[in-house]
Ligand binder design. Sequence first.
Ligand code: ZN
Length: 712
Amino acid sequence: MLPCSLVTAQRPDSSEANLVPLPLSKARFVLMLSENPFLQPSSLALLAPDFSKIKHEHYLPAFEAGMEEQLAQVQAIANTSEAPSFENTLVPLEKSGEILKRVQAVFFNMSASNNDDAIQAIEEKIAPRLASHSDDIFLNKKLFARVEVLWNKRSQTDWNEEQQRLLKEYYESFVRAGARLTDEQQKRVRAINEELSSMTTQFQNNLLAITKERAVVVDDIALLEGLSTGDVAAAKEAAQAKGQPGKYLLAITNTTRQPILLSLANREMRKRVWLASANRGLGEAGGLDNRPLVLGMARLRAERAEILGYANHASYTLENQMAANPAAAMKMLRDLAPGVVAKAKTEAADIMRFMQADGIEGEPAPWDWEYYSEKVRAEKYKIDENLVKPYFEMESVLQNGVFYTYGRLYGIQFKERKDLPVYHPTVRVFDVLGADGKQIGLFYADYFQRDSKRGGAWMDAFISQSRLLHQLPVVVNVMNIPSPAAGEPTLLSLDHVMTMFHELGHGVHGLFSAVEYPTLSGTSVPRDFVEFPSTFHEDWAIHPEVLANYARHNKTGESIPKDLLNKSIAANKFNKGYETLEYVSAALLDLGWHSISSKDAPTDVVAFENELLKKFGMDYAPVPPRYRTTYFAHIWSGGYSASYYAYLWSEVLAADAFAHMTKLGGLTPANGAAYREKILSKGGTREVMQQYKDFRGQEPTVDALLVRRGLQ
Ligand SMILES: [Zn+2]
């Protein structure tokens, strides 16, 4: 299972920002002061947002007031005549921007989980303003000069580890934004940022257009053999909507492989669909061509990194990640490649048996894989989901599974309370109490699917823990569980069950945070570490003691039969060779594109891909990369450049840590206490590899991951 998309606190990142001055009329500022709930701290428990008062019209004025307030605070710090000290520079920076933080935390949560046209319009307006606001802080030369004085004397001070980490965060944020460059260099970086920002938009727009362009239109219904009647009807409607009545339109989406390939029986049709997907953006037959765009973006990112003093964009991006440098991330991919390719080849052998029965000889083509692997699955792991689901009734999973596990490990309790206002009637609120009965924080659970919510699952914080700001954590978990029919129980799939455990893993990373400074709170850790606590907690969902406690039939109360459970778990490991290989080869392309230098940038996209995959032994034709370069939105427009590897990196840690804990007795308070103290309470106050070694006694290896994914 690929990890969720965690929404972390909005950290300033000016790397691809436009610089726009901040206009704000005085009259408007005065007007909005009346009754805007963001302008003062909430009066509710733990500063929880007062959703009974928050309205759409409060957001923009609060953003503007918040930016104005923070800018004034920052300028006051920069202009002070006292010699720079930790207390007169970093502490007030940490305290600055209260209004902005308040409105950001609520707004971006609503944008993700309770969106509408008005919220979207506000977001479009405010996103570039926030980027330039961040530049206004991190390109402020006077302010940087003060931080630099502190940086240069850091070894002669008695600042503790957390203070040293905070200084490092600030110093690096300034340097990485370009604060140390000459005016000439800064000018070039700003120009590159602007160009990249418009190329990013161009890439996104192209991809939308390409998706339409690549749809496969079919005249003859016979070619759609294998599709359900519902799918056929939808294809017919889609064609009708595009002005082609009587025909059938198959849309192309997202990854190289296409969900529809699972059921299309006609091999020529499968080939047509697959080629339409895999050639997206390659300008085939006069179609849209993304090649010049991605070549240009890769070259500009390389140039910017070089100006900032790095060998390449990947070195720049990974510098403050756990991997620390591209070579370490590459090594993980290189170490995994042989085992993963071997596993995919054994999966291919199973597939070929079914192909032969259809009279097809030789290796599967990429358009055959899904169709025939579905037949293998049906033979090996025939499970009726409807037999499993009654054992996973949502309330029992939550109370007797998730809360039970976290209670056993950490001695905490979740007590529902109904007095706090919520942003949607299905959202629930729980007090999180320690073993001593003392309040640790608040936990909001927003589990049900609705149209106004983005897909997937994530965690976020309304309030981040900080001793400096006297704040306890207020966190939220969001999922997309379909609502049951009226009067019916909510029965979950095993996948949803594991996601619930996963998200509360992020949740306790926020809840157990025990830090002084908000910048270092909870999940403010590198991207390749942040999915570690969440993925680690997933595996408790199938731990025998935990299952025995929650997986009971919703009508009879009987425990889930062992063979049914084992089959479900085995089915979860099915096709992992294919899934892992398509993932690691995409991660390799990402690192490859961001390891080039601007002087000898590639000129041929497809040749570059092919050479790279071959060099790393990942050129196994039946399993192409999950994304090819010309439609790899994560890395060109999704903020994951040189970071796609991070999901698997975190999973290596999760598997290694879980295996370690299992050896030490599994679900015990002692294990929970160690994990909480060494990892979950630390946030960004200690270097993350050090945190890991503190807990584990050594660096992680990939061995446990191979077992977890059934690759050994
Ligand atoms: Zn996650």
